[in-house]
Ligand binder design. Structure first.
Ligand code: SAM
Length: 289
């Protein structure tokens, strides 16, 4: 049985599948893939192999990037008619640098229940192994293929206080690392290559060392690259946090007043200081509750 016991529209399940190691599929995902009426897959041949491995014989229909707009109304109609559908991509979580969003948005518009089935994604897998101590990151998916656009994007992100996460192919990893070194300096970086697969390769160090590692060229392997904030931004962030803790513990100023004061003193944007302050003040409240 799917999770919809009532009659009426079916459910759209958004199902995460392994990014390499088949053992990473969840029990819930296997049950749902076996129970639904239809599986909408980015590449039906690819997903057929997964289903065969787990002895699942649910019918498949293709749902790939170029077909999203055309295919969605047809799938929505089937959902409205009461069928349940699981949406999967070739690897990881649909909608994360993969097709899916068009169908999911249409389901919401049509009051069709959307049920996400959490599971593997390269971005969370890489971050879990990257040892990034700051809690915030900015996920950017694939960098632009054109060098000029890529460089413009990196320039705009140079002062980001957050770690930056990119997906990259083996053909372009060297180009991306070269641009990072040229534009952002020798930042601390991390790459997760072939995550969960036999030749899994994790590498953490300055971007120059990653570039050296990559310069032999990679014919295969997929990358997640994490770039840590520059040292200026990091130092400023640490200083800001210390000051916020001091003001919180030693003055009766409100969170708003402290944010206004420190933004002025340090020449930072008020909203950024306010966001940081919220976290610091919440920590204290949480420890008292
Ligand atoms: N939807 C997927 C997810 O949730 O991670 C991402 C799909 S995107 C089209 C494919 C990219 O994800 C690859 O080019 C690579 O950058 C990254 N990726 C996927 N599997 C990976 C793996 N096993 N190791 C490292 N990166 C991976």
């Amino acid at each position: 049985m799917t999770e919809n016991e009532e009659t009426g529209p079916g459910i759209l399940y958004v199902a995460a599948t392994p990014i390499g190691n088949l053992e990473d599929i969840t029990l819930r995902c296997l049950r749902v893939l076996g129970d639904v009426d239809l599986i909408a897959a980015e590449d039906t041949r690819h997903t057929r192999k997964l289903l065969t491995h787990f002895q699942i014989s649910t019918p498949l229909i293709s749902y790939y990037r170029e077909k999203e707009t055309e295919r969605s109304p047809q799938l929505i109609q089937r959902l409205l008619d009461g069928e349940s559908i699981a949406l999967v991509s070739d690897a990881g979580t649909p909608g994360i640098s993969d097709p899916g969003a068009v169908l999911v948005a249409a389901a919401h518009r049509n009051q069709i229940r959307v049920v996400p089935l959490p599971g593997p994604s390269a971005v969370t897998t890489a971050l879990s192994a990257a040892g990034i101590t700051k809690p915030h990151f900015l996920f950017l998916g694939f960098a632009p293929k054109k060098k000029s656009q890529r460089r413009t994007l990196l320039t705009s992100l140079t002062d980001s206080p957050w770690s930056l996460v990119f997906y990259e192919s083996p053909r372009r990893i060297e180009g991306l690392l070269t641009d990072i070194l040229a534009i952002m300096g020798d930042r601390d970086c991390f790459w997760g290559r072939e995550l969960t697969k036999t030749y899994e390769d994790l590498h953490k160090g300055p971007v120059s060392s990653l570039l050296e590692h990559a310069s032999g060229g990679y014919s295969r392997g997929e990358f997640v690259l994490v770039i840590e904030p520059g040292s200026m931004v990091r130092a400023e962030g640490e200083n800001l946090q210390e000051l916020l803790v001091w003001y919180r513990d030693n003055t009766s100023l409100s969170l708003k007043d402290v944010s206004r004061k420190l933004a002025g003193d340090l020449g930072l944007s008020r909203s950024r200081v306010y966001q940081e302050a919220l976290g610091i003040y919440k920590k204290k409240n949480d420890s008292h509750s």
